[in-house]
Ligand binder design. Structure first.
Ligand SMILES: Cc1cc2nc3c(=O)[nH]c(=O)nc-3n(C[C@H](O)[C@H](O)[C@H](O)COP(=O)(O)O)c2cc1C
Length: 221
């Protein structure tokens, strides 16, 4: 696939088909993703590919913790506030998701169901969890893991797979550690759901927004 088509065509997938991803396809994706750049070529990531029974156990536990309103237990704390323009974009994507589900803003129960479905990783048959050693400087590691995940999401799209990078998959780090066999000396940075997309589902088709160049580029010349 042409690069531009991949960059423009990839989107977050929020409804997956249940069929598993063949092992050789997973390996091909990871073979590509390992060529992502990193600071000093340190490649600080260690990736946990969670499928099958362990994934089902995690999915259940994650939903239960969310449903119980348990406080978040992320390894890397979540931002609590965003500057106004960013907050607006975040709210807008939330609105698009809710609208695509045919829910009204005031339908709290419907929104809650969506939240739990998110905790259930939108039905994805595979969760990738990017970790780094605890003693790696987290700011740099975040950048490296981001580059790795973007490379992986593009490679996945190229092969007809869908991804959703998901903060909601790493809120309860202890559960992920238990069910994903992730040792305590690894810091869990980010998760990404992976699977074959339900391409016709409205939640996978709504129009996405991006800021214009004039909103974020400063030409210095
Ligand atoms: C670090 C990160 C965490 C994210 N967490 C979630 C999440 O928990 N749930 C979700 O539905 N989407 C999540 N997303 C997807 C973003 O909402 C999405 O990338 C953004 O709206 C842009 O849309 P696109 O990926 O379809 O182009 C996350 C994306 C990133 C990069």
């Amino acid at each position: 696939m042409e690069l531009q088509a991949a960059v423009r065509g990839r989107r977050s997938i929020r409804k997956f088909r249940p069929e598993p991803i063949p092992g050789n396809v997973l390996e091909e994706l990871l073979e590509i993703a390992r060529w992502a750049p990193s600071w000093g070529n340190t490649q600080p990531w260690e990736l946990y590919v969670i499928t099958g029974e362990p994934l089902e156990a995690f999915r259940k536990a994650n939903v239960a913790s969310m449903a119980g309103g348990e406080p978040l237990r992320n390894d890397v704390p979540m931002p609590e506030k965003w500057p106004e323009p960013m907050k607006l974009r975040y709210m807008n994507v939330g609105k698009s998701v809710v609208t695509s589900l045919g829910l009204k803003r005031e339908d709290k129960e419907g929104r809650h169901r969506h939240q739990l479905n998110m905790g259930a990783l939108f039905g994805a048959p595979c969760l990738l969890v990017a970790t780094v050693p605890r003693d790696v400087l987290v700011e740099y590691a975040m950048l490296d893991v981001g580059l790795f995940l973007q490379t992986l999401t593009l490679a996945a799209y190229d092969r007809g797979l869908g991804t959703c990078i998901m903060a909601s998959s790493i809120h309860y780090a202890d559960l992920l550690r238990r069910h994903g066999s992730i040792p305590g000396d690894r810091r869990i940075i980010m998760g990404a759901a992976l699977g074959y997309p339900e391409t016709e589902a409205p939640i996978n088709r709504f129009e996405r927004q991006r800021a214009a160049l004039t909103d974020f580029v400063k030409w210095v010349r």
